[in-house]
Design a protein. Structure first.
Length: 515
């Protein structure tokens, strides 16, 4: 039996990365629970209680409850549980979490107008993901085999033999690498695929999203509090991954992927807190946050290799991403000067995100400057609507003054899943986000649980606080999109789901000074 090796192309299209897709967009849009140690220690359930600088981004009206000017600084450590080091990353990393100042100004015996600025890290990307499993009649590159078999990579002649001179491949360096695994049997006129036996996947994520918030707030008769925050977001995301697939006879194929996403965005946040009963400390809070209008650049550099050769490709691409609206309602109550109780609910529909192409530049006579035009990637947006869903966040927290100078805090969060259970990264979409994606893996993360606690110590004008946060989230990892062939079961490409988790410990300290 004489076999002819055919030239294949990578299932993940190894050409310059252009546009974003659902799972990358979701990483940028997601946010952590972070801020001052007091805010974190109470589980962030302070949107109606206010008087903490971290409410500047969750309910801006909370800044209106300050009666003294204040400066604060927060830092700590974040540690990942049950993970191994990879790609130069570590499981424990220091984190600079927050710095800000509030300036209060009397307008009447009971009225204040307050100005605030706060920086905080709304997203910490430090995370190492590892997964491995057997492969039975499945492979990351089997989609290329299906294209080849159906004449999409090489037009077939009338005799059934491929016309090698009419190859559609775009990256000649891949020829020698992938020809080893896609074969044509001239005698029987059939295509077949060299079976993969298993894979090992590792990825290190790092970087952050930094939020710079500018606030104007005040109160009406100490009963109604209003606030408005302008937010600037600074994105620094990076990952490095290695995917190694083993075969029955041929040498393993390794795919190494470097990616970064950088850029900035802006949004507006508005809030109100009011006391329904004039002489009761019970408060109700309402808040709304516009989409963050991101202007981003993604860069990638991908290397594919086996024992016989190496192929590389990479490119930069600019795009826009508009995140969803966020809505919040909260309750707060104090008992004397020794107990504070808070509860909050937030809703964000991530399926409404808007991934956009840049289509050129136009000139504005009004601003005497140029601006970027863009249009929605309707195909990818439909995929986001099918894959992502509305997320509900429930937060509860309490602060007990064990003594006038000592506070004890507890909190809990439940965050419903962002991903549909049957969601997948669809490499067949008619979108640049699929055409030029540089990785095929995806993880459908389940619900998030956060448990928090903390202590506070008042020393004259200085308050020192410490907080601990334990976050746990499970997910279902798949190395590539699985599919079934309508005609031949042997052409199915199905990888088993691998259970992964993200269990994280955070310890942080905050120092505040009242003046």
């Amino acid at each position: 039996m004489k076999k002819i090796f055919a030239i294949a192309a990578l299932a993940l299209t190894l050409t310059p990365a252009a546009a974003q897709e659902t799972y990358e967009n979701a990483k940028i849009a997601w946010s952590d629970l972070n801020g001052t140690a007091r805010y974190v220690g109470m589980g962030g359930a302070m949107e109606a209680l206010g008087a903490d600088i971290s409410t500047i981004s969750s309910n801006p009206a909370g800044i209106g409850l300050f009666r003294k000017s204040q400066g604060s600084l927060s830092l700590g450590f974040v540690s990942q549980q049950d993970a191994n080091t990879f790609g130069g990353g570590h499981t424990t990393n220091m984190s600079f979490d927050q710095v800000g100042v509030i300036i209060t100004s009397h307008t009447s015996p009971t009225g204040y107008v307050n100005f605030g600025f706060n920086y905080h890290k709304s997203r910490n990307f430090d995370y190492i993901l590892s997964a491995s499993d057997r492969l039975q009649n499945a492979s990351q590159n089997k989609l290329s085999y299906m294209k080849q078999k159906n004449g999409l990579l090489f037009p077939a002649s009338s005799s059934g033999v491929p016309n090698f001179g009419e190859a559609y491949t775009q990256c000649n360096q891949l020829d020698d690498i992938y020809a080893r695994n896609i074969l044509y049997d001239r005698d029987d006129n059939i295509w077949y695929y060299e079976n993969a036996t298993g894979y090992q996947f590792d990825r290190r994520h790092w970087g952050y999203v930094g939020d710079y918030d500018f606030n104007l707030s005040g109160n009406i008769n100490n009963r109604v509090y209003l606030g408005l925050t302008v937010g600037i977001h600074d994105v620094h995301y990076k990952h490095y991954s290695e995917y190694t697939e083993s075969f029955e006879r041929n040498s393993p194929i390794r795919v190494a992927d470097d990616r970064s996403i950088k850029g900035n965005g802006a949004d507006l946040k508005a809030g109100i807190i009011f006391r329904p009963v004039e002489y009761s400390p019970f408060r109700v809070g309402l808040s709304v946050t516009t989409p963050t209008w991101y202007d981003l650049t993604t860069s990638n550099y991908t290397t594919v290799s086996d024992d016989g050769g190496t192929a590389t490709a990479g490119e930069d691409y600019e795009f826009k991403l508009y995140t969803p609206w966020k809505f919040g309602v909260s309750l707060g109550h104090t008992i004397g000067d020794y107990l504070a109780l808070g509860a909050s609910y937030e809703y964000t529909d991530y399926g409404t995100m808007d991934s956009r192409y840049k289509t050129g530049r136009s000139y504005s006579r009004w601003y005497d400057d140029y601006y970027d035009n863009s249009e929605s990637d309707d195909v990818m947006n439909r995929h986001m609507a099918e894959t992502l869903r509305g997320v509900s966040t429930f937060k509860v927290g309490a602060e007990l003054k064990a003594a006038p100078e000592i506070a004890v805090r507890l909190g809990y969060n439940y965050v419903s899943p962002m991903y549909q259970k049957n969601g997948f990264k669809d490499g067949s979409l008619d979108s640049d986000g699929s055409y030029y994606a540089s990785a095929t893996d995806f993880t459908n993360w389940e619900a998030t649980h956060r448990i928090t606690c903390g202590l506070g110590f008042q020393i004259d004008k200085v308050n020192l606080s410490a907080a601990y946060q334990y976050t746990t989230q499970n997910g279902n990892f798949e190395p590539f999109m699985s599919y079934r062939d309508a005609n031949t079961a042997a052409d199915d490409n199905i990888a088993d789901v691998v259970k992964v988790s993200n269990k994280r410990h955070q310890v942080m300290l905050t120092a505040t000074y009242n003046f």
